[in-house]
Design a protein around this ligand. Structure first.
Ligand code: HEC
Ligand code: HEC
Length: 220
């Protein structure tokens, strides 16, 4: 966009914000980030930790590895009920209750950008499995979308898996396989992932794959 246009848009934005709202988020990009940071501390940190590092006691995963596009989509999916509505999805329901009041406006995008700006964390290994077997299955099935190092693939809308808690990833795989996640008719990407989760032969193999993914986490 030409510089002149940007300047005019900034002027219009600051004029509109000053006139209509007088609210901090309007004034500048850093104002938006500061406001998202406040929302995070007030609404999310009690479960996910003040640095989004996760809290196993509350079953709330680390969020720093996921990337803004995926974060945004999940928040919107929880708000709309595409994710977290299944009657057996206890933890999804807790998360839905927490984000529901935010609504799906641009605040969600700023929140996702704020979380993405936090330093990466390296969750500890808790799931045991056969790494060699896990690697074979991961390479054969999962790597095509989630990347060879489980670093994620933005064009394929597949999140990074390394850097998110292994106990949480295990639960997601169990939920996908049981239709607790990815069973909603409007959740196209969840359905896609559900069909991939179904290709693993049994629970032991799921654990092998998750243990292998965790082994790819680089200590911080
Ligand atoms: C009451 C505790 C609680 C609060 C408050 C909460 N969450 Fe969560 N959140 C959870 C739980 C539990 C899960 C895991 C859901 C599951 O297992 O499917 C989760 C999952 C998520 C996910 C999905 C992660 C992934 O890898 O797909 C995102 C993103 C998220 N939360 C962001 C937020 C943000 C942003 C806020 C604040 C607006 C927030 N959460 C507030 C408990 C909470
Ligand atoms: C065809 C592409 C594709 C393949 C292959 C694939 N996935 Fe996924 N996966 C996705 C997409 C897309 C999502 C995001 C779904 C959503 O937006 O809810 C996802 C999400 C996930 C999640 C949830 C992450 C989170 O933070 O909540 C896990 C866990 C996962 N995949 C593990 C795997 C494993 C393990 C394999 C191999 C058995 C695999 N995936 C194969 C596309 C794929």
């Amino acid at each position: 966009m030409p510089v002149g246009t940007v300047t005019v848009m900034r002027w219009v934005k600051s004029f509109m914000c000053g006139w209509i709202l007088l609210s901090a988020p309007c004034h500048s990009e850093s104002g938006v980030a500061a406001s998202a940071g406040k929302t995070f501390s007030a609404t999310c940190a009690s479960c996910h930790g003040d640095r989004a590092q996760g809290n196993r006691a509350l079953q709330s995963p680390a969020l720093t590895a996921l990337g803004p596009a995926y974060l945004q989509r999940q928040l919107q999916d929880f708000i709309s009920g595409r994710r977290g509505s299944h009657p057996q999805d206890i933890y999804g329901a807790q998360m839905r209750a927490a984000v529901g009041p935010l609504g799906s406006g641009s605040g969600v995008n700023a929140l996702a950008a704020y979380i993405d700006s936090l330093p990466a964390v390296a969750p500890k290994a808790t799931v045991e499995g056969d790494l060699k077997r896990g690697k074979d299955f991961y390479t054969m099935i999962c790597g095509a979308c989630h990347g060879a190092k489980a670093e994620g693939n933005i064009p394929l809308q597949s999140p990074a898996l390394a850097g998110t808690d292994d106990w949480y990833l295990l639960r997601q795989m169990q939920n996908f396989r049981a239709g607790i996640r990815g069973g909603d008719a409007d959740d196209v990407l969840g359905q896609q992932m559900r069909s991939m989760a179904m290709t693993l032969p049994d629970e032991a193999t799921v654990r092998d794959v998750i243990a292998y993914i965790q082994s790819l986490v680089v200590p911080q």
